[in-house]
Design a protein around this ligand. Structure first.
Ligand code: ZN
Length: 428
């Protein structure tokens, strides 16, 4: 099957482009049928992209290709920046009815499952992800490093290391064994006091985390916690933010309920995950502080459908029902208010590789197709504080995708990306 797909692609490209992954020195000249750059609302035609040394060197009207450049004919495609998902869990087993699964799997097995998840994610057009937590602490660091070395195919990863959570909170694997008996690497981010929270933050950053993920309220998918209830205290959140920001690292907060969201924003976090029960005042506060919202408005349908069929805990299904429609309403209002929104799906709750399904929901709940695209390209890069991805412009990594159908006419076109390039190397 792999063999057939290879042959098909080679034929489609009318060149043995895939057989030889471009060497770093090779220059590419990509002819883009329609170009969406990820940072403007323009759709340009007749544009060519020059790529060398993994980066975009030039973008402009097509003319003579640089000497020795390999031509990539994407004149029949819409060409966009590689997509970015700001809320994934690659280095984990994925949600299932077996609550003990994350504990039964060794760190090594978890990392190898993560390698598979990373490959699938990249192949579907997501060339960067922010990975917002793993039960097996630091397996995400291992996976990111393997991808960076080129040992594993996957998106660029920005990892949290572990969940910063109160004991028995939304970031713990509750309901399997007494939490005190969980393996030590499953409790790297558990903190009962502000001092502990500060120390754990420093530990995770010392061990390779790129940013910090805090759990500011209970979670839908954690036994014994309630999405509406605050968890990490304002003092704990402030202690975490102080340590992380002093090192130039960002902090994001899982928060469903309005009080927890407010606590996190006032503590100075950079972004809020979920924001399901955000009310008008909270959304206005996010707008005022420039806090980003990462709202996973697709996966509620998946949980209801598959969770019910597979027999996930009734508590999970109940909490999912209590947050899904509310979150979509809050998203719609956030779009109206012009709050910063980055593309964030919670892949891992649903199978990796379906990340693009959420685009349809974001358009249904108020975004234009271009806004939805920018949430997963230029805006997502901005939320991550990265100027090296998320746009087709000189200086950025040559992370580029091509789709035959027009995503501005039908945003679901992004669910079937035809070609994916990461750092100038063709993935598919
Ligand atoms: Zn998540």
């Amino acid at each position: 099957m792999q063999h057939l797909r290879r042959r098909h692609l080679i034929a489609a490209l009318a060149a043995s482009f895939l057989a030889t992954t471009p060497a770093a020195a090779e220059t590419l000249y990509i002819e883009a049928g329609r170009l969406i750059d990820g940072v403007s609302n323009d759709v340009r035609t007749g544009q060519c992209i020059t790529v060398a040394d993994e980066h975009i060197k030039a973008v402009g009207p097509c003319g003579k290709a640089p000497d020795g450049a390999r031509i990539v004919d994407w004149s029949g495609y819409t060409v966009l920046p590689g997509l970015i998902d700001l809320h994934t869990h690659l280095a984990d087993l994925g949600q299932s009815a077996d609550l003990a699964a994350p504990m039964k799997a060794s760190p090594a097995e978890t990392a190898l499952v993560g390698a598979r998840n990373a490959r699938v994610t990249l192949e579907t057009g997501f060339t960067s992800v922010r990975d917002v937590g793993t039960y097996r602490g630091l397996t995400d660091v291992t996976l990111r490093n393997a991808i960076d070395r080129g040992d594993v195919h996957g998106p660029r990863m920005w990892v949290a290391g572990a969940y910063l959570t109160i004991p028995k909170g939304g970031g713990e694997l509750n309901g399997v064994v007494p939490n005190e008996e969980l393996p030590a690497d499953m409790r790297l981010g558990v903190a009962a006091t502000p001092d502990e929270a500060a120390a754990k933050t420093a530990y995770l950053l010392d061990h390779g985390a790129d940013f910090i993920k805090t759990i500011a309220t209970g979670a839908v998918l954690a036994i014994g916690t309630e999405p509406g209830a605050p968890e990490l205290t304002p003092e704990q959140l402030a202690a975490i933010v102080k340590v992380a920001h002093a090192r130039g690292k960002k902090v994001t907060a899982h928060a469903h309920g309005a009080i927890g969201i407010r606590n996190a924003i006032l503590a100075g976090v950079d972004s809020i995950e979920h924001a399901s029960l955000a009310d008008e005042t909270t959304l206005q506060l996010a707008k005022k502080h420039g806090t980003w919202l990462a709202m996973d408005i697709y996966n509620g349908d998946y949980i209801e459908d598959i969770g019910t069929k597979e027999g996930w805990p009734e508590e999970y299904l109940r909490k999912n029902r209590e947050t899904t429609d509310a979150q979509r309403a809050a998203f719609k209002r956030a779009v109206e208010l012009g709050v910063n929104i980055g593309y964030a799906t919670d892949a891992g709750v649903y199978p990796h590789g379906l990340n693009a399904r959420q685009f349809r929901y974001m358009v249904k709940y108020g975004m234009t197709p271009m806004q939805a695209i920018r949430s997963a390209t230029g805006c997502a890069a901005e939320e991550m504080g990265r100027g090296d991805v998320g746009a087709i412009e000189p200086g950025r990594y040559a992370d580029i995708i091509a789709v035959k159908a027009d995503p501005l006419a039908d945003i679901s076109a992004l669910e079937k990306v035809d070609h994916v390039m990461k750092g100038g190397a063709l993935v598919r």
